[in-house]
Write a protein that binds this ligand. Structure first.
Ligand SMILES: Cc1cc2nc3c(=O)[nH]c(=O)nc-3n(C[C@H](O)[C@H](O)[C@H](O)COP(=O)(O)OP(=O)(O)OC[C@H]3O[C@@H](n4cnc5c(N)ncnc54)[C@H](O)[C@@H]3O)c2cc1C
Length: 404
C-alpha cells in the first residue's frame, strides 16, 4: 500500500502555477517565410516575441526560388510598403518573371503570361530580406544558431530545449512551429506519420551559361516516364538559373529513382534541355529536400502550439509552391495567437479554430489540386492534350485566373 502511494506520488505530473513567468509570450521556431511573416504580423501586438532559428542568416534553403505572387500580395496586405521594400532589398538578386513556358511530354509547348507581379529570387537572399524586414519593423528578439531539440508543453507554458547544451531553455505561453518540412515542433506536439503519396522530393542546382532561356520566363518540363512531377529551369537574375527536378515520394520509392542522376541525364539528353545546357556551367552541387504536400488531414495544433508553412504540410501539389502558403498561414497563426492572448484561452478548442481556418482557406483548395495532380499523373496523353488546349485563349485566361 505504502509502496503504491510512493509510486503514484513520484509519477504525478509536475504542477506549474498558471501565473508562471515565461521568457517570452510567443516563440516562433524557424525564420523562413512562415516565421518571418508571423513576426511581422505580430509587430503591433504588444506581445514579447522571439524568432528562433538553428541557422545563421543569410542561409541557403533548397528551393526552386519562384516567389509566387500571392506571397507579395499577402505581405502588401500587412503593409503596402513591405512588398515594395522587399523588391528594393532584392534589386540585384531577382528576376522579374512574367511568363511560364510549359513543355508537354510529347514536346508540345505553351507560353502563359501572368498578370500578377512575381519574381524569382535565391532563398539565400530572399529569406535574409524577409528577416531584415522583421529587424527593421518589429521588436522581435531574433536568436540565430539556436537549434531546437525538444519541445515540452504543460498546462501553463511551453519550453524549448536547445541541441546546444550551453544555451539555457526558453519558455513562452505559446509556440508557433514554422520550422519547415522536418519540424521538431510538429514531431513533439502533433506527430504525424510520413505519407509518401502526399510528399514530394526534389533536387536543384544553380547554373550559368544556359542558352535560349529568357530571364523573364520560368520553364516547366513534364516527362513521360516521371509524370507526377516536373523538371524546371527558373531564371534567378544575373544570368543564373535554378534548375531542378522533383516527383512524388511514393513513385520515387516504388521505382527506386535517383533524382540527381535523372536531373543530370535530362540536362545531357532531353531533346529540348540538352541544347540549352551544352555550354552551361554548374555553380553548385545538386542538393535535395522534401516537400510535404497540402490537402492531408495533418493536425496543425498541439498543446500550446500552432504549426504553419511546411511544418503544417501546405505545399501546392500541382506547382510545388509553398512560400505563399507559408506566408499566408504565418499571418493566420499570428491572428489566432493574438486572439488566444486577448481571451486568455489556449485550450485545445480555441487552438482548433486555427486548424479550421487554415483548412478552409488553404487546405481545402490544396486538396482539390492534389486530386487533379493524381488524375493527370501517369497519363502523358492527357498532359499533352492539356498543354495543347492551353494554347486556346479562353483556357489560357482560365489558367491565369486560377494560378495567378
Ligand atoms: C527542391 C524544392 C523546390 C521548391 N521550389 C519552390 C518554389 O519554387 N516556390 C515555392 O513557393 N516553394 C517552393 N518549394 C517549397 C518551399 O521551399 C517551402 O514551402 C517554404 O520554404 C516553406 O517555408 P517555411 O517558412 O514553412 O519553412 P522553411 O523555409 O523550410 O524555413 C524553416 C526554418 O526553420 C529553421 N529550422 C528548422 N529546424 C529547426 C530547429 N530544430 N530549430 C530551429 N530552427 C529550425 C530552418 O533553419 C529554416 O530557416 C520548394 C521546395 C523544395 C524542397
Amino acid at each position: 500500500m505504502a509502496l503504491r502511494y510512493l509510486w503514484r506520488l513520484a509519477n504525478l505530473p509536475a504542477r506549474v502555477p498558471d501565473s508562471v513567468i515565461t521568457d517570452y509570450d510567443v516563440l516562433l521556431v524557424g525564420a523562413g517565410p512562415a516565421g518571418t511573416a508571423c513576426a511581422l504580423a505580430l509587430r503591433r501586438s504588444g506581445l514579447r516575441v522571439a524568432l528562433v532559428d538553428k541557422a545563421q542568416f543569410p542561409r541557403d534553403k533548397i528551393c526552386g526560388d519562384a516567389i509566387p505572387s500571392p506571397t507579395l500580395k499577402a505581405l502588401a496586405g500587412l503593409d503596402v510598403a513591405y512588398a515594395a521594400e522587399l523588391r528594393v532589398l532584392l534589386a540585384s538578386h531577382r528576376a522579374d518573371v512574367a511568363h511560364s513556358r510549359l513543355v508537354a511530354p510529347g514536346g508540345a509547348e505553351v507560353s502563359i503570361s501572368w498578370k500578377a507581379p512575381a519574381f524569382n529570387s535565391p532563398r539565400l537572399q530572399f529569406d535574409e530580406a524577409l528577416l531584415k524586414l522583421v529587424r527593421r519593423h518589429t521588436t522581435t528578439t531574433v536568436l540565430e544558431n539556436w537549434p531546437v531539440k525538444t519541445v515540452e508543453a504543460c498546462s501553463s507554458h511551453v519550453t524549448l530545449h536547445s541541441a546546444n547544451h550551453a544555451q539555457p531553455p526558453l519558455t513562452a505561453r505559446l509556440v508557433i512551429g514554422c520550422d519547415g518540412a522536418n519540424s521538431v515542433v510538429g514531431r513533439h506536439l502533433a506527430p504525424w506519420p510520413l505519407d509518401r503519396s502526399r510528399h514530394c522530393a526534389a533536387v536543384r542546382a544553380y547554373y550559368s551559361g544556359v542558352t535560349n532561356a529568357p530571364e523573364t520566363t520560368s520553364d516547366f518540363y513534364f516527362l513521360r516516364q516521371h509524370l507526377a512531377g516536373y523538371c524546371w529551369v527558373f531564371p534567378v537574375g544575373n544570368g543564373v538559373y535554378n534548375v531542378g527536378f522533383g516527383m512524388l515520394s511514393s513513385d520515387i520509392a516504388r521505382d527506386q529513382i535517383d533524382l540527381k542522376a535523372v536531373l543530370r541525364e535530362l540536362l545531357a539528353e532531353h531533346p529540348a534541355l540538352a541544347p540549352q545546357f551544352r555550354e552551361a556551367r554548374p555553380l553548385s552541387e545538386i542538393k535535395g529536400f522534401g516537400l510535404p504536400l497540402g490537402g492531408s488531414a495533418r493536425p496543425l495544433t498541439g498543446p500550446r502550439a500552432l504549426l504553419c508553412g511546411d511544418a503544417a504540410a501546405l505545399i501546392d501539389p500541382m506547382q510545388g509552391h509553398g512560400i505563399d502558403k507559408a506566408v499566408q498561414s504565418g499571418l493566420l497563426a499570428a491572428e489566432h495567437a493574438l486572439r488566444c492572448f486577448q481571451q486568455n484561452d489556449f485550450s485545445a478548442a480555441s487552438l482548433h479554430q486555427y486548424q479550421a481556418e487554415v483548412q478552409r482557406r488553404i487546405g481545402r483548395p490544396l486538396g482539390q489540386r492534389y486530386r487533379l495532380m493524381r488524375f493527370l499523373s501517369g497519363q502523358p496523353w492527357l498532359v499533352n492534350s492539356v498543354v495543347r488546349v492551353a494554347r486556346w485563349p479562353w483556357i489560357r485566361q482560365a489558367l491565369v485566373r486560377n494560378f495567378g
